[in-house]
Design a protein around this ligand. Sequence first.
Ligand code: FES
Length: 62
Amino acid sequence: MTCQIRCQKNGPYELRGPVRIEDASENVTETESMTHHLCRCGASQIKPFCDGTHETAGFRSE
Ligand code: FES
């Protein structure tokens, strides 16, 4: 299965499919078919994942 990445309007990147995510501290998350959301607003407290803060931070991705 191929990993799919979709940019959500005014929100995070949505990843679907098996992925291996390594953050700047070399923490690794591997998935099979779960859906994950990666922060692209820079305000999340759980980077690289989205914690929903983009909604209150006023992030726009036009
Ligand atoms: S995109 Fe959701 S917290 Fe950054």
